[in-house]
Ligand binder design. Structure first.
Ligand code: BGP
Length: 469
């Protein structure tokens, strides 16, 4: 529909940006922090280790001051589980508690609302060794970790996110370094058993948050990409519905309604992968009510019917996945791609938002969105990232249209506040408003520079999204 009567964004719209602990902090095995699965993985060839990253651990004051200069209303960051509990459970590392306390205070000093992700791809290695999420105990381990966070930060943190991209953990764990399938005979059974435990842990944590912190708001943060059919052939429509269910709705149906999506259930049945469900599990699921839906969006996905029973392939967060007889990834000829091959689809952003809102009717918070690119620092200390401005502008335009269409949007936190290490493509895949002067292997001086997008975003925030020029 053409929209001529626009609504303004709400006055309290949460403008900000995001990071995650293991990609930004550095100091990964110091100051009492234990190893996570990210610290022991073999990084892809040609990409940096995760020991220094953007060194946010030592630069957080400077970095948060820059975010304040842009006018951030919120800052989304994650807490490294192993900085709080080096072994995942048991002894607490006070230095870790103090670090995040200081980060939170630093945000509040500038009236920036901390938006805390509890778990972002960095499971404690000690828990991984014991069997990670496959064990029933993992539920209580996560709840215990969350309880420590609520006790220590609940007086100051009002906005919480449970698990970052639980769907990506399930579907692309091999690419992001979180999946260990050694000795596993039925990968579906393991992955969806892990998933069941994570869903239970999430439901319990949402309930606990409401009990421990009156007034706090909590939500999930999956990666949601509306799935298009490759054509109007009826079988392609069925394939798109299959992947929509497997990729998107399983996670949100469960978080919001506490029930398994029937198409996913059938898919699991076909693979002898129905998770072990104990008595009372579904009651627990039904008791975890999110206050909002946090979601990461980079692009849509497109699939076709899989006639040939193609071999299964997992792809990365945004593409390339196939499930024999269920769906097959299709390259959308109508979309441009980033330098790293991810499709760019601002209209699809609105389509995704519309679909989610009509299903769940909850306020929505964009917890990631952005463009990874090879930025260049010029000799006079500038970064001309007009391609990023263009990407962000087009996505914010769609948020404004979605709001005009009646969607309740709480805020926008693109990825990423500052350059950091990508999940599998190194520091050269930059996303930040703030440039960090280091290369893949040469740490240089780690100085911070303001990109052109920094000044642009500052103006966008100042005008509450009215001036996107
Ligand atoms: C999301 C993750 C982030 C982030 C982002 C960009 O899937 O939540 O951690 O890294 O994608 O992806 P990448 O780093 O692979 O470019």
């Amino acid at each position: 529909m053409f929209i001529t009567k626009n609504k303004k964004l709400p006055e309290n719209f949460l403008w900000g940006a995001s990071t995650s602990a293991y990609q930004v902090e550095g100091a990964n095995l110091t100051h009492g922090k234990g190893p996570s699965v990210q610290d022991v993985k073999t990084v892809p060839e040609g990409t940096s280790e995760l020991d220094v990253c953007a060194d946010f651990y030592h630069h957080y004051k400077e970095d948060i001051a820059l975010m304040a200069e842009m006018g951030f209303k919120t800052f989304r960051f994650s807490i490294a589980w192993t900085r709080i509990l080096p072994k995942g459970s048991g002894e607490i590392n006070q230095e870790g508690i103090d670090f995040y306390s200081d980060v939170i205070d630093e945000c509040l000093k500038y009236n920036i609302e901390p938006l805390v992700t509890m778990f972002h791809f960095d499971l404690p290695y000690e828990l991984e060794k014991k069997g990670a999420w496959t064990r029933r105990e993992s539920i209580d381990e996560f709840v215990n970790f969350a309880k420590i966070l609520f006790e220590n930060y609940g007086d100051r943190v009002k906005y919480w996110l449970t698990i970052n991209e639980q769907n990506v953990l399930t579907l692309s764990g091999d690419v992001i370094g979180t999946c260990n399938l050694e000795g596993v005979s039925n990968k579906y059974k393991k992955l969806y058993q892990d998933n069941h435990h994570m869903l239970l842990a999430q439901a319990k944590v949402m309930k606990l948050c409401h009990e421990m912190i009156p007034g706090a708001k909590i939500g999930p943060a999956p990666n949601i990409s509306l799935v298009y059919p490759a054509s109007c052939k009826p079988k392609d429509i069925l394939a798109a519905q299959n992947f929509n269910a497997i990729r998107n709705w399983l996670y949100l149906d469960m978080a919001v309604w506490g029930r398994y999506n029937n198409l996913v259930w059938k898919f699991l049945e076909e693979h002898d992968a129905i998770p072990d469900i104990e008595e009372g599990d579904m009651d627990i699921m039904a008791q975890g009510h999110p206050d909002f839906i946090g979601f990461n969006y980079y692009s849509t996905a497109t699939v076709e019917w899989d006639e040939a029973n193609t071999e299964a392939a997992s792809g990365d967060q945004q593409g390339g996945s196939c499930e024999p007889g269920v769906y097959k990834s299709f390259s959308n000829p109508n979309l441009l791609r980033s330098e790293f091959g991810w499709e760019i689809d601002p209209d699809g952003f609105r389509a995704t938002v519309r679909e989610m809102y009509s299903r769940y009717h909850l306020p929505m918070l964009v917890t990631e969105n952005g463009l990874g690119a090879y930025d260049k620092l010029t000799e006079d200390g500038k970064i001309h990232d007009d391609y990023r401005i263009d990407y962000l502008r087009k996505h914010i335009e769609q948020i404004k249209l979605a709001v005009s269409e009646g969607v309740d949007m709480m805020g926008y936190c693109p990825w990423s506040a500052i350059d950091l290490i990508s999940t599998h493509e190194g520091i050269v895949k930059r996303y930040g408003f703030i440039y960090v002067n280091r290369d893949e292997f040469d740490l240089k001086d780690m100085a911070r520079y303001k990109k052109d997008s920094f000044y642009w975003y500052k103006k966008v925030i100042e005008t509450n999204g009215e001036d996107l020029s």
